[in-house]
Write a protein that binds this ligand. Structure first.
Ligand code: NAD
Length: 344
């Protein structure tokens, strides 16, 4: 392939991904499956790795999410809201996974920390909703914002106040002065089915899946309509907290949040372990359990548990080095990408 056609191919992929990003993040109305999107994203990443001289700084592989909708006030995130790098484990016809990408993640972590053995990891569900930041000042919910482009998002405080599982006031007599919680807003599968039935009966818009229903509902301009939408929330990290009460590990962070009345991932969906074989086995177990869960998950997230070690590993571009999203195989087979022939 000559240089011109490589650049042209990369630009075409960027163009496609930008269109899909707008449909997904701004219009809550994707036209392709996540598996198709992920495959095109990987193709672009592979081309960028092979030909770094052609990489565009504005490439979707270097950015987070989409633009914030201008109908909402914009909120600047004090701590950027980033994405996660992905790992995929192809599964063969015997049902055996190839976990080499997870092995590579573990190797990167160990070499980044100069450790001979794996550190403790917490493996927890990757909720398929949309990211939300909640700020509590002296125990009172004062602001809720979407991720937007990672640096600034939409102020959705009024809508979030209608979500019953999110406490307006923390359940403690000694609240932190400042607490910023990060988590995922989602709609439970049963609530999604009931909502779509109601929409059909009223001649309203039907939602493609619980993730789109959650995103569309959270970004409703009319808080009264948002209040009728059955949204839920699970916290998965702390972005800001008074220095005097910093938990030592990610699991401790989740326990701390639980004590404050904030919903955290169900404990039977999480495992703390320093053994990659156990972590991979838990992933496989959760992949089997996935259809029975009351909410959608699209993978598991594996995070180095120690917050001190997390800090030492830090971030690269749009994602932390201390965590990885271990995506589940697509529930439906990719369709569109089969038609896109990318040569590297
Ligand atoms: P992502 O979904 O790959 O991973 C990062 C996000 O995971 C975080 O922002 C957070 O919201 C979420 N998350 C859920 N559980 C978590 C946990 N336990 N800990 C930490 N984070 C957790 O991120 P992304 O950058 O928003 O999106 C990329 C993905 O979105 C793609 O891989 C694709 O699957 C999908 N997408 C699809 C389309 C489409 O057209 N179908 C378009 C754009 C994006």
């Amino acid at each position: 392939m000559n240089h011109e056609s490589i650049q042209q191919q990369m630009d075409e992929l960027i163009h496609l991904l930008e269109r899909y990003n707008r449909e997904y993040y701004e219009q809550d109305n994707p036209s392709v499956s996540d598996a198709d999107y992920d495959a095109i994203f990987l193709q672009l990443q592979a081309l960028e790795a092979a030909y770094p001289e052609f990489m565009r700084p504005e490439s979707p592989t270097q950015r987070v999410g989409g633009q914030a909708l201008s109908q909402f006030d914009s909120v600047v995130h004090q701590v950027p809201m980033l994405s996660l790098n992905n790992a995929f484990s192809p599964i063969d016809s015997q049902g055996v996974y190839d976990h080499s990408q997870m092995q590579a993640f573990d190797e990167r972590v160990k070499s980044g920390l100069n450790l001979a053995a794996s550190p403790d990891y917490l493996i927890e569900p990757k909720f398929d909703g949309l990211a939300l930041s909640l700020i509590y000042e002296n125990g009172i919910l004062v602001q809720a914002a979407t991720r937007g482009d990672g640096l600034s998002g939409e102020n959705v405080t009024q809508n979030v106040k209608t979500i019953r599982s999110i406490p307006l006031k923390l359940t403690t007599d000694t609240p932190p002065r400042l607490l910023e919680v990060r988590g995922e807003v989602l709609m439970f599968k049963a609530d999604f089915d009931a909502l779509n039935e109601r929409q059909a009966a009223e001649g309203g818009k039907l939602f493609a899946n619980p993730r789109n229903a959650a995103a569309g509902s959270l970004r409703q301009l009319d808080a009264k309509i948002a209040a009728q939408r059955p949204l839920d929330f699970f916290a998965y990290s702390i972005a800001q907290l008074d220095e005097a009460i910093q938990p030592l590990g990610h699991q401790q962070e989740l326990m701390f949040l639980e004590r404050l009345g904030i919903p955290t991932p169900p404990s039977d969906c999480c495992l703390l372990s320093d053994n990659m074989a156990d972590i991979n086995a838990f992933y496989a177990q959760m992949a089997l359990k996935r259809p029975e869960l009351p909410f959608d998950i699209d993978g598991m997230v594996i995070k180095v548990n120690s917050l001190a070690l997390q800090q030492r590993l830090g971030f690269v571009s749009r994602a932390p080095r201390f965590a990885i999203a271990h995506k589940f195989p697509a529930e439906e087979a990719p369709t569109l990408v089969e038609a896109i022939d990318v040569q590297i």
